[in-house]
Design a protein around this ligand. Structure first.
Ligand SMILES: C[S@@+](CC[C@H](N)C(=O)[O-])C[C@H]1O[C@@H](n2cnc3c(N)ncnc32)[C@H](O)[C@@H]1O
Length: 365
């Protein structure tokens, strides 16, 4: 291979790897996790993309180990990370520093109980430090690089009841496929765009995965490594020189149920053919805003993918997506008189953004 194309490839790979180095803020984890507290009692939690030096997931579950009533917490780090070993750290855990395997080596931390070492009636990071210092084998090197797909990480996954992390976005499809293969409960961070992936959408449609409670709009701030190339808009450097970027479209993805997703969306509009035109190419009507879904229409409606932020599976059925129509999986939704493309919905010849197709299960005439 010519040197320049190899260089380019290396650069691309490095960029891609760097893009995976986003660290979740503790406040974002707390805001979501508080809705599932009862579901963690007696459970084994596995954070499989989480170097405890960097991960607020580790910090959250370790500090709340007793409050949540966890049975076990397992965390594994990944030595393929471009910042492995020269890490931030995001927070100082004394005990960890002393027992952490050297440099970039991937390692596993396993916590089975957190005693109140300080006898102050509360379990906090000070107790975690004591635990790490005084308990043998809490932290051990992994044989391999800590890839979530490696045999030893899969063995840990098999033990787990719930997996909770922010996985590398570049591997989101594979990451979710593995969780499904091992039939795990999960609560993970991803991007709303993932909904349109052919591997992800069927899970949403079949009600095997849905969006979490706490993030439905706007962007979220993530810490990034110190050498992260910050030329994009929406980044910040704090007083200590730590770098952050704001990311749009962030969502939690989960198969843990919560009560808010069973609350009915109040519909106040009535169907008229003028306000809700049929697509040129689909046998469905266009509803360009979720809040405008008509209460009395019993046919198929096209809605923006952000509909999923409001989706209540008792109220609506998800019929399909543009992609499925394009793949020929929903022939009944294709208007056979249309001679143009069927890659997306068209309205008066204008190509629209990606749509989901839904049906109201509780039509009110
Ligand atoms: C988006 S970051 C999130 C880190 C941490 N979970 C958090 O939320 O702060 C994804 C992490 O996964 C790691 N990673 C990348 N590829 C991986 C793989 N194949 N197996 C396990 N971890 C991986 C990255 O190095 C990175 O630290």
């Amino acid at each position: 291979m010519a040197k320049s194309s190899a260089d380019n490839r290396n650069l691309r790979q490095a960029r891609k790897a760097k893009k995976d180095e986003f660290y979740t803020q503790l406040a974002d984890i707390e805001k979501e996790l508080k809705h599932y507290k009862d579901q963690f009692r007696g459970k084994i939690v596995y954070c499989n993309c989480d170097d405890p030096y960097e991960s607020n997931f580790f910090k959250y579950f370790a500090s709340n180990f007793n409050a949540l009533g966890l049975k076990k917490l397992i965390t594994t780090s990944y030595s393929g990370s471009p910042v492995a070993g020269k890490q931030l750290p995001l927070f100082e855990i004394e005990g960890l520093k002393e027992i952490k395997p050297k440099d970039a080596e991937a390692h596993r931390i396993e916590i089975n109980e957190v005693p109140d070492f300080n006898k102050d009636g509360a379990i906090d990071l000070k107790d975690i430090e004591q635990l790490l210092k005084h308990t043998a084998n809490v932290c051990a090197p992994l044989k391999g690089n800590g890839d979530f797909r490696s045999e030893e990480c899969i063995e840990l996954l098999k033990q787990a009841d719930i997996v909770c992390t922010n996985p590398p976005f570049s591997l989101f499809r594979e990451y979710v496929a593995q969780l499904v293969e091992y039939d795990k409960k999960f609560l993970i961070i991803g991007n709303l765009n993932a909904i349109t992936y052919k591997e992800i959408f069927p899970l949403i449609k079949e009600n095997k995965m849905w969006l979490g409670v706490s993030i439905h709009s706007g962007d979220r701030e993530f810490r990034v490594p110190d050498d992260y190339p910050l030329n994009a808009a929406g980044y910040r450097v704090d007083k200590e020189g730590n770098k952050y970027i704001r990311v749009k479209g962030v969502r939690w993805f989960t198969n843990l149920d919560y009560k808010e997703r069973h609350e009915e969306l109040t519909l106040y509009k009535k169907y008229t053919p003028e306000e809700y035109p049929k697509y040129d190419n689909y046998n469905a009507i266009e509803v360009s805003k979720t809040s405008d879904i008509p209460m009395d229409y019993d046919g198929v409606m096209g809605v923006p993918i952000s509909f999923l932020d409001k989706h209540n599976p008792d109220q609506f059925e998800i019929v399909g997506s543009d992609y499925e129509i394009k793949q020929g999986l929903l022939p009944e939704l294709v208007n056979n008189t249309w001679e143009g493309k069927i890659d997306r919905g068209y309205l008066n010849g204008k190509r629209l953004y990606s749509r989901l197709f839904i049906r109201n299960k509780k039509v009110k005439k």
